[in-house]
Design a protein around this ligand. Sequence first.
Ligand SMILES: *Cc1c(COP(=O)(O)O)cnc(C)c1O
Length: 375
Amino acid sequence: MTRIYLSPPEVGEEERRVLLDAFDSNWIAPVGPDVDAFEREVAERAGVENAVALSSGTAALHLSLLLAGVGPGDEVLLPSFTFIATAAPVIHLGATPVFIDCSTASWNLDPALVEETLTRRAAAGRLPAAVIAVDLYGETADYRELETLCDRFGVPLVEDAAEAIGSTNRGRPAGSFGVAGVFSFNGNKIITTSGGGMLTTSSSALAERARYLASHAREPFPHYEHRSVGYNYRLSNLLAALGRAQLRGLDNRIERRKRIDAAYSAALAGLPGIAFMPSTVAGTSNNWLTCILIDPEEFGADREQVRVALESADIESRPTWKPLHLQPVFAGAGLIGPGHCARIFDAGLCLPTGSALSQADQARVVEIIQTQGRA
Ligand SMILES: *Cc1c(COP(=O)(O)O)cnc(C)c1O
């Protein structure tokens, strides 16, 4: 039996062919026809006018925050319950992350806490420079509330949709909310370029600015002319070719992940002490990862015992994100909210959800979890 991974990349003959075609065309640079086409295709998928292909989702977040005007000394509101890449660019810009709790109804940013915080900051005359919302595990945040709030306070909203390409909220695609959205094509995401990302925005001016900053802020001269210092953040044309093939398979992957999620639900949701991540009533998820909560008293084993049992059977699972306010690097930063995210971290486990997970392999995962329970 082979190891079962959490969310391995899935590439096939088509990816191999387009990659070699791009190679043979000699566009082996962070510029070329596949970069342009990948940008158009992702923009269309996200329902926005523009997309800028970048070397990672983290780079896309960094540029989004720059475009939003975040600078040294500013505050940025973001969820504590996320991967560190959401907060890293805030630090890179010399700004301070302010960690907000999630709601138990969605595991995403609690709009009521965002409102409270913005109200308090406004009264003190010190509004944050931006709010970052994250679409956790493919579930979109509450954008009806968050967009209204950010508009009301005049604070730019950035959507970290790194995990959510293909998801929707009230009919609008992930990546279309706020001043800019961010996708990641890292190896573990639902579609991958091995490493890569995309910045999406309906503003052509912001997209142009992002391209300029991502290309060493090079001015349009025949020689190398620079009025400011930028970044080297563009995506390779080879990887863009790979990304285009992956994007064509996105809907099929979402369908298969939905089936995997439904099979986990059917097998595990009835067990005492097992609950599933809530899904956004107002949206559709790409079902990037299926996550469960394990109540040790009710179930008979805790999250860590289940994870270790899976690992002994050569099955990779992972605790849900460790909240950023609990990370040593952010010690003392604190959390706004009652700490739901810390309780989800204690009980939460992400299950193998790779698009190509076979029914037989999924049955192996289910069986191990079932044998851990006392029921
Ligand atoms: C993966 C991820 C990122 C970062 O994307 P990279 O392409 O790995 O830089 C950012 N935010 C979240 C929520 C992610 O899951």
